[in-house]
Write a protein that binds this ligand. Structure first.
Ligand SMILES: C[S@@+](CC[C@H](N)C(=O)[O-])C[C@H]1O[C@@H](n2cnc3c(N)ncnc32)[C@H](O)[C@@H]1O
Length: 293
């Protein structure tokens, strides 16, 4: 990341002496001003505001300072050790949510649930849904519990390492599986991630390769009617599409597609059974993304 020009620092200082502290993370005066506005709105004393700006200068994530992040209509509690929900995840989650019929008791399992942002938001807006969140991290599950309590919803939370053992997590067929797995390669994480992510957010939540997508094919496919998995790049989606296309059984039963985000980057690989139980998943995912199989 290039250094901030001294001229820009001086200009920021002339506007407000706190702005230069925000520039290394915000990069522009407009963004720094916006962030200072948020900080002042959330924190009460000038000392707290100054302290927050100093922490930002050290790249400490804003959401860990303010202790929350909006996600759809809910506010998700944030704390160090648990991944901060991202707008990319919020975008597809809200789209999925709006496609779920509100008069049916659908079953949903969210793997790698972190703060529980996905199942808590869905349960909040689809009260008949039965939602389960699974994560290996105690810290994440404690925060997901707080999230569901704070938002007044009941989500079942389970501690499991899904790569080591996915057996016995569910006993019956599930309508919808969602997952935002760790998907950044070690190399990309070291070379390209921002300091606020690299230093302060949990590696367990970020670094991964194909293992969670392999787990989808090997374990989850026979147990669900539809899946939505976030991806970091197109190779992860291609892997899923190739695995489904090459198996005559999967190829006959499943449709698979890719959904891009607002920046037009491939962000989700999703699939649904051509014929499913409970309600029509093909209809639910109509126009969600582009089908490749
Ligand atoms: C990218 S974060 C997603 C968090 C949340 N779903 C979101 O979208 O903000 C990935 C999550 O996977 C969890 N995780 C990592 N390895 C896991 C494993 N083997 N089994 C279950 N959960 C795992 C991490 O603890 C982390 O909370």
């Amino acid at each position: 990341m290039p250094r901030i020009e001294p001229k820009l620092m001086a200009k920021a200082y002339s506007l407000n002496k706190l702005l230069p502290l925000l520039l290394p993370e915000c990069r522009t005066i407009v963004d720094a001003k916006r962030e200072l506005g948020w900080i002042k709105k959330e924190l009460t004393t000038p000392f707290q505001v100054l302290r927050a700006c100093q922490m930002r200068f050290m790249h400490y994530p804003l959401q860990y300072i303010l202790k929350s992040q909006p996600f759809g209509i809910i506010d998700v509690p944030c704390r160090r050790g648990v991944l901060i929900p991202r707008w990319e995840t919020e975008e597809w989650t809200v789209d999925v949510l709006n496609r779920i019929p509100d008069n049916l008791p659908i079953s949903l399992i969210d793997l790698c649930t972190g703060t529980g942002c996905i199942p808590v938001l869905i349960k909040k807006q689809r009260s008949l849904a039965h939602c389960i969140g699974v994560d290996v991290s105690e810290k994440a599950l404690a925060l997901a519990k707080r999230n569901s309590k704070q938002n007044g919803v009941d989500v079942t939370l389970l501690k499991r390492d899904i790569i080591k053992d996915s057996s016995n997590i569910i006993s019956k067929h599930i309508d919808l599986l969602t997952c935002n797995p760790p998907y950044i390669s070690k190399e990309t994480f070291t070379k390209d991630s921002r300091a606020s992510v690299r230093v302060f957010e949990p590696r367990l939540a970020l670094i991964g390769n194909l293992e969670f997508y392999q787990n989808l094919i090997q374990h989850w496919l026979p147990r669900v009617d539809a899946f939505v998995y976030e991806i970091g790049d197109i190779s992860q989606a291609k892997y899923i599409i190739a695995q489904i296309s090459k198996s005559p059984l999967h190829a006959r039963l499943w449709s698979v597609g890719i959904r891009s985000d607002l920046n037009d980057l491939p962000r989700v690989v999703y699939g649904f059974r051509k014929e499913s139980k409970n309600f029509d998943k093909a209809n639910m995912f109509c126009g969600f993304g582009r089908l490749y199989h």
